[in-house]
Design a protein around this ligand. Structure first.
Ligand code: DGJ
Length: 705
């Protein structure tokens, strides 16, 4: 007998067809179907007849295919029992509801492998979550080779893929590819999400920012992973996302169970902006920890101003200068602990360096508080330096293959977070630090790849990552108000599982605003702007050497969680004034920036606009900028989407105006402070701003008249 199941939420429906046996088939994932939609009719409309040279029982793409019974594509699950044949046959398939969740149970009676697939669609945002639990009820150990979190047969309109690649300070490079027969895949074995942000992929129909359909799939996992899209020779196309398992990493003893990470998928028929429209509210309401809802204070982070070169009094100087700009949180980066003078030592010894801080951190923290700021501190809890007391005492606590070399990266080793005593020890040190100092925020860094991912002689990448989650959870339970930032040499650990614990991410070590336009744009596809740390760096930029105007740097930073990395004492008077004014603007508009819709718009010749629109569509803040000389002197009008079309808006061009305005802005004098336009004209036709010269950045505020 065939049965149909559907779940709905937001603008999305998942509809599936179940038989008594075999994995369920996907009827639809996409636009919400009407309540009375006839799923049997949809199934019959989709059915295909027999073709030559194919199995006698057609094997359509299923939600959790195996190998061995006619599906010739990538399986969702593979593995074998000791001495077994590796074939898995879903002889039983059933469905049940657990609240709003749909649970599908699949079992292979021959081997005793049972799988439960859990699907839910968030009612507000329409984001689908999917997770698999694999249980071994057989009599022998089952060596699990792969287990997808989500397996999604794709509709025929899905012809393109937007994937991401990256490297240190070059995160989030978008790569568009037209799909064809074969496999498109992204695998990451660095033990982190990776610089490329490869846990996210969007499958689309050559979609633009504001038009076209797309499905975005994200694996909420901070470790090794694999995302793939396979197109079979007959045209069937399937997306899969799951943790990447090393051989022998998951051996399920009889009675054992493996739970995959959760994968999320969102659907849009309004371009990539529609993907953000689904994910941003979802992340805000369902993912972020409770304390992430606090006002996003303006940070000062000491790294680019001081690196390892500071003492208590120079930091107090820096704190005073930062407070003078309007900064609200002072974050002391690397170098504050036990003999750490460069990156060659001391990780693992989380006690205050008494040569630098004779009386501990208290005098600095007191001064920071007296200046009206709170205090944050850098840590790298999963790491140990070979030159450290921790390593000298417990040389076996790092991940290592017995009797093999211990290759370092940035002169450090990764602690074995799969072991409870290691977690206990690190927790003890961090707990003491947080209990004896008024620390509001931890910048949690992670500066190497995880290799060899071995714990006590066995492959353990997944368990090590879960150990980090457990450590963070324990620390958050005892210090619930402390906010955590997820940093991994910049943006190598940004995913929705770490963001259940961290309030924000540091998306890149580069603070060059031109690089940040690209990096923040793509991080912002699923992450709301307030989660993306964005600091104003020095000029010339220490990484790229580029000189950029302060207004440009400050405006790009305003569209994230704003902070400052440049040494305020080294800024000229005009730059200091411009920066302070933008910090003030950020404070005035952060409610809009951090609760609104975030829309992107782009021309094909590198003009870029970001628009934050208030939830009631009566106010917006627009950044319109350009990084290269335009091909045409006449700029395209910027369409300001998302506004209430039926009302008029007061449009204010925030000072300072780009220099080009004096020549090119029509009736510059007539603009005065502001002008009014209809919402319809602004969103449908747009506002022509002079935008042809490089390094132009307009900040525009719009408010209902
Ligand atoms: C890498 C981070 O991304 C930087 O911001 C800084 O915190 C350094 N580590 C400190 O070692």
């Amino acid at each position: 007998m065939q049965r149909y199941e559907r779940i709905d939420g937001g603008k999305t429906t998942l509809a599936i067809l179940l038989g008594e046996t075999g994995a369920p088939q996907l009827l639809h994932f996409g636009a919400r179907l009407s309540d009375g939609a006839d799923l049997a009719e949809i199934a019959s409309a989709l059915r295909s007849g027999l073709r030559e040279s194919t199995p006698d029982h057609p094997v359509p793409p299923a939600l959790y295919p195996t190998c061995g019974f006619g599906w010739m594509g990538e399986p969702a699950i593979s593995g074998a029992h000791e001495g077994g044949d590796g074939a898995l046959d879903w002889a039983h398939c059933s469905a049940r509801r657990e609240g709003e969740r749909l649970v599908i149970a699949l079992s292979d009676t021959r081997t005793g492998i049972h799988v439960e697939l859990t699907y839910a669609i968030n009612p507000g945002s329409g984001v689908l979550s999917a997770q698999a639990r694999i249980a071994n009820r057989g009599e022998h150990t089952f060596r699990l080779q792969q287990a997808a979190s989500l397996c999604l047969p794709l509709p025929s309109w899905a012809t393109h893929v937007l994937g991401f690649s990256g490297d240190w300070s070059r995160e989030g490079q978008a790569i568009r590819t037209a799909l064809d027969t074969g496999v498109w895949s992204q695998t990451n074995r660095t033990g982190r999400t990776g610089f490329g942000g490869a846990t996210l992929v969007a499958i689309d129909a050559n979609t633009s920012d504001d038009a076209g359909r797309a499905i975005a799939v994200h694996l909420a996992w901070s470790g090794n992973h694999s995302l793939g899209i396979e197109t079979l020779p007959d045209g069937q196309r399937m997306a899969t996302a799951g943790a990447h398992l090393a051989p022998g990493e998951v051996d399920l003893a009889p009675g054992g169970m493996f739970e995959t990470p959760v994968a999320y998928a969102g659907y849009s028929d309004a371009g990539f902006n529609g993907i953000s429209d689904a994910f941003h509210p979802f992340v805000r309401t369902q993912i972020l920890p409770a304390n992430a809802k606090a006002v996003r204070r303006v940070h000062f982070n000491s790294w680019e101003a001081a690196y390892f070169d500071f003492d208590e009094s120079s930091l107090i100087d820096l704190a005073r200068a930062a407070a003078g700009l309007g900064v609200e949180r002072f974050v002391l980066d690397d170098g504050w602990f036990a003999g750490r003078r460069d990156d060659t030592s001391s990780l693992g010894d989380w006690r205050v360096d008494r040569d630098r801080f004779a009386d501990g951190l208290a005098p600095l923290i007191d001064e920071v508080h007296a200046l009206g700021m709170d205090f944050g501190l850098w840590v790298e809890p999963e790491m140990v330096s070979p030159d450290s007391d921790l390593y000298r005492t417990h040389p076996d606590w790092c991940v290592q293959a017995p009797d093999a070399s211990r290759p370092t990266m940035r002169n450090q080793l990764w602690l074995d977070m799969a072991r409870e005593e290691v977690r206990d020890h690190i927790h003890g040190q961090l707990d003491a630090l947080l209990s004896t100092n008024a620390i509001a925020y931890l910048k949690w860094d992670c500066n190497r790849f995880l290799y060899p991912a071995v714990s006590e002689g066995a492959p353990a990448a997944t368990r090590i990552v879960r150990g980090t989650y457990a450590l963070m959870d324990r620390l958050k339970a005892s210090h619930p108000t402390v906010e955590i930032e997820s940093c991994a040499s910049g943006g190598a650990r940004m995913d929705l599982e770490i963001l259940k614990r961290a309030s924000r991410v540091w998306p890149s070590d580069t603070t060059d605003a031109i690089e940040r336009l690209r990096i923040q744009r793509w991080a912002g596809l699923i992450l709301p702007p307030e989660v993306i740390g964005a600091h104003v760096g020095p000029s010339p930029n220490p990484i790229t050497g580029r000189d950029l105007p302060m207004a440009f740097r400050a405006r790009v930073a305003m569209f994230g969680h704003m902070g400052v990395e440049a040494d305020p004492r080294k800024l000229g008077a005009e730059d200091r004034e411009i920066l302070a004014a933008h910090i003030e603007l950020y404070k005035r508009h952060r409610k809009l920036l951090h609760t609104g819709r975030h829309l992107r718009w782009r021309t094909d010749d590198a003009a870029e606009a970001w628009i934050s629109v208030s939830p009631t569509a009566d106010q917006a803040l627009l950044l319109a900028c350009r990084t290269e000389v335009a091909r045409h002197a006449e700029s395209a009008p910027v369409r300001i989407g998302g506004l209430d079309r039926a009302t008029r808006f007061r449009v204010t061009l925030c000072p300072p105006w780009p220099k080009i305005a004096s020549r090119r802005l029509h009736d510059a004098d007539g603009w005065g402070d502001s002008r009014t336009f209809s919402g319809e004209a602004l969103s449908e036709i747009g506002l022509r701003l002079p935008l042809a010269d490089p390094l132009t950045a307009w900040l525009v505020h719009l408010e209902r008249v």
